[in-house]
Design a protein around this ligand. Sequence first.
Ligand SMILES: [Fe+2]
Length: 320
Amino acid sequence: MISDFDYTALAKRVGPYLFRQRMRLQEYYVAQSFGPGRTYFHPENARWARKFLTVLLKTSGLYWLGERHAHAIRLHEHRAALPQLPAAFNGYRVLHLSDLHLDLDEKLARTILERVREARADICVITGDYCSFTMGDPEIAMGWMRELLRHLAMPVYAVLGNHDRIEMVTHLEAMGVRMLMNEHVALAREDACLYLAGVDDPHYFETSNLEKAVEGIPEHAPVILLAHTAEIYREALGAGIALFLCGHTHAGQMSLPGGTAILHNARHPRRMNSGPWRFHELQGYTSSGTGACIVPVRFFAPGEIVVHVLEAAPDPASPA
Ligand SMILES: [Fe+2]
């Protein structure tokens, strides 16, 4: 179990009230399958749900198709044109991983590691959910993270998801990951700066504080926001975020042929479920996730490893 946890330092970073909120919710809600939360049923906490689904899928003969789909992780580029992007960051490559759920299945974790090795980028960002079972031992996922980081020869920035305990921050940072807990960092290139802000989980724990995360960033400076879900898209618009990167949905994980998600587990429009989207001048990208949750299968909802390639776009606010 995770130890050496510096409560005082982390409370200051997250904000004392939100930190206390997270600790209390972790204590009361994380270990239950039924009860208050965004939904009444929390399948991520129920081992019996995993067994039930596995038996059902194996009996129906669908398990192996789903397993094949889960291992077919797409590695691709997404070009993001950002107004106010300094010329020095033209072509900057941001590797985006999300929803790794590394403790779910050893075979799938190995496939993820293999695919990640092929990606080339300047930095890597991870938008949460390292664990599968929130009540399980995070050490298993942390062990896989140690291996994964050996394959990433670039700085790594990350946020936590709704499956992750806050104590994991200490371990991830000891591995060299810069966790953004309602904080930001400045990325420098030549004389120019690009800001990377990150918030704690907006979905289950509701401990995101975007206002705190962007505090001190110069007005009109380009900011990339990392959050586990797109649910704070309205706040992101208000904060003038240039690019909002998130995950959580797994693009439904089990979808109908053609990709229509059966389940929608987030409070944002369905069009924000996966891939690029817009909300007025805000641009976002919801990763369909790299791993899988509850059962290591996907149907018609491929996992992905995305490299966002940044490009300068004309600022619509500037006079022609
Ligand atoms: Fe999640």
